[in-house]
Design a protein around this ligand. Structure first.
Ligand code: FES
Length: 317
């Protein structure tokens, strides 16, 4: 982990704070690319992921935007209420599961709410590179639109269209028109809340956009219905130990109860930290991290939230 100083904490919109993080001695931070995120360790010890939203050419600081989400399981509330300017916190090196395809002829960026953080970083990068792109940014209202001034003052302001839920019908996002013609060389990037993501992704799929041209990052898992969850077994390939996973426990919870530690972070299938190889059996994938093609291979799964279709999974643990 890297210790960083919270250089500033500023309100960027209603319920959204932007944190500027730097090394206490001012030394350079590890480089990152557009779409990258860092793990942030909160005062309670839990770890959450936040996308970097400053320009990737900057090495003296990282900037993250955090929405105060009342439905948060402790992450965003703690960032808002317990982390202050002048605090020192631990973060990971940046990782990128949502990179730009640099050979794209054109990029179409779709941001919903706080999902703007990686998308803004991408827009900065594309503008800096002189690449062809357009950005669509959907929020509930101007007051809930983070970075609105930064975008309006940017060199790429004319490439960004804002869409407000409380605005008139003419300015609402019309994904079907924007995506009407799948075009070779054009890549889509989508980040936002579940309903927004589903709308854009389903529209793209229905209109024939090839999966390899559509890139998405979930920043929060949607609520999951656990009412039909059943029990299953896991077998650890290293020791042959077999553990029962009851309907009301995750694989990680059972492993922890047996003092078997594997790395995990978001506990909701978003970050990929817990990704584990599956040697036998068929997982019931519940995560937002693996692509559909990766899920279909059934050779890895996220034990923080995913379960099993088969009675037993043999895991590479
Ligand atoms: S801990 Fe994040 S996907 Fe499992």
């Amino acid at each position: 982990m890297i210790e960083v100083l919270v250089v500033s904490k500023k309100a960027a919109a209603d319920d959204i704070c932007v944190f500027e993080l730097a090394r206490p001695n001012g030394a350079a931070l590890p480089p990152f690319s557009a779409g990258a995120h860092i793990d942030v360790q909160l005062p309670s010890g839990i770890i959450r992921q936040y996308s970097l939203c400053n320009h990737p050419n900057e090495s003296h600081r990282y900037e993250i935007g955090v929405l105060k989400d009342p439905a948060s399981r402790g992450g965003s509330l703690a960032m808002h209420d317990q982390v202050s300017e002048g605090d020192r916190i631990q973060i990971s090196e940046p990782r990128n599961h949502f990179p730009l395809v640099h050979e794209a002829k054109r990029s179409l960026l779709f941001a919903g709410g706080i999902g703007v953080t990686p998308i803004l970083c991408m827009a900065e990068r594309l503008a800096h590179a002189g690449a062809d792109f357009d950005m669509h940014y959907c929020t509930r209202s101007p007051a809930r639109t983070a970075f609105i001034e930064r975008i309006q003052a940017s060199s790429f302001a004319d490439r960004v269209k804002f869409h407000f839920d409380d605005g008139d019908a003419a300015q609402k996002l019309d994904a079907a028109s924007l995506l009407a013609t799948p075009t070779a060389g054009t890549h889509l990037y989508v980040c936002g809340p579940g309903g927004f993501m589903e709308h854009v992704l389903k529209t793209a799929e229905a209109l024939g956009w090839p999966a390899e041209q559509v890139h998405r990052e979930y920043f929060a898992a949607a609520a999951v219905d656990h009412s039909s969850d059943g029990s299953f077994e896991i077998k650890l390939s290293s020791t042959g130990q077999v553990l029962e996973i009851p309907a009301d426990k995750t694989v990680i919870e059972v492993l922890e109860a047996h003092d078997i530690e594997i790395p995990f972070s978001c506990e909701s299938g978003v970050c990929g930290t817990c990704l584990t190889r599956v040697l036998e059996g068929e997982p019931d994938h519940r995560d937002y991290f693996l692509t559909e093609a990766e899920k279909a291979k059934n050779d890895q799964f996220t034990p923080c939230c995913s379960r099993a279709q088969s009675p037993r999974l043999v895991l590479d643990i």
